[in-house]
Write a protein that binds this ligand. Structure first.
Ligand code: ZN
Length: 255
């Protein structure tokens, strides 16, 4: 029997799925605002047109749906057969006609939503592997998708900004990025201060909190995440050894 609502009864997971679906709806809105001709235009990602982003977001939904099938059946179905295959698929997708590209996005999003909806509670803790080789419970796929749709909606470069992304998504994104820096040791001497976010008015701090004389990057949450994700430095300020004449240094790589 096909359920009309998510089978999971876990409120936290239901909230995570809602966030992913909201992000998907937001991406769909920005995509629908673009004419077919505008799909040929440039984006915030070097070397990628809007066609590449739409293809990537569509194939990403299919890849995540494969992880849900894996969690459901126990049969290993990786996101992509190889990094090369993933790249080739995007290059191919970018050559599709506008209508085919839009269908790819729509159909893959609906398919993923249905896979999520029909996964029973017991299977959400089953382990699957991401394209980066991390082993995670199937429940992590909600966040994996959330991150993609919100960020790439901004990357489409037709009006969406980091201010459109909900604060809980921004905070989790910043935690992801700064912990990737930590793992690589690329955050040495770099302190990130997000101004005025926590409910009690105190700042959120990330990065190298043990540095004696750190370079400090500060700003409101959306601006700091935009900078940390390598999408520009408007709205952030920097001071310290790596901020010559107050210039904001480039954020370390995180992906
Ligand atoms: Zn992506």
């Amino acid at each position: 029997m096909v359920a009309r609502h998510d089978l999971t009864t876990d409120p936290r997971l239901q909230e995570d799925l809602l966030q992913a679906r909201r992000g998907t709806a937001f991406f769909a809105r920005k995509l629908n605002e673009l004419s077919d001709e505008e799909l040929d235009g440039g984006t915030l990602l070097p070397g990628w047109t809007r066609r590449h982003i739409v293809a990537h977001v569509g194939y990403n939904a299919r890849a995540i749906a494969r992880l849900i099938e894996w969690a459901c059946t126990g049969l290993e179905t990786p996101m992509y057969s190889s990094p090369e295959a993933r790249g080739e698929e995007i290059q191919f997708g970018a050559t599709l006609s506008p209508i085919a590209l839009r269908n790819l996005f729509d159909h893959s999003a609906v398919h993923l939503s249905v896979e999520w909806r029909d996964l029973p509670d017991a299977d959400w803790s089953n382990q699957v592997r991401t394209a980066q080789g991390r082993t995670v419970p199937a429940s992590e796929t909600a966040w994996m998708r959330t991150r993609e749709v919100w960020m790439h909606a901004v990357d489409l470069d037709n009006g969406a900004t980091f201010n459109d992304i909900p604060a809980p998504v921004l905070e989790r994104l910043l935690k992801d990025i700064t912990s990737a820096w930590r793992t690589r040791g690329s955050d040495t001497g770099l302190l990130i201060k997000v101004t005025g976010t926590a409910e009690n008015g105190t700042d959120l701090t990330f990065g190298d909190t043990s540095a004696a004389d750190p370079t400090i990057v500060t700003g409101p949450l959306p601006a700091v995440v935009e900078w940390a994700a390598g999408r520009g430095s408007s709205g952030v300020a920097a001071a310290g050894p790596d901020a010559r004449a107050g210039e904001v240094p480039a954020a370390p790589m995180w992906i």
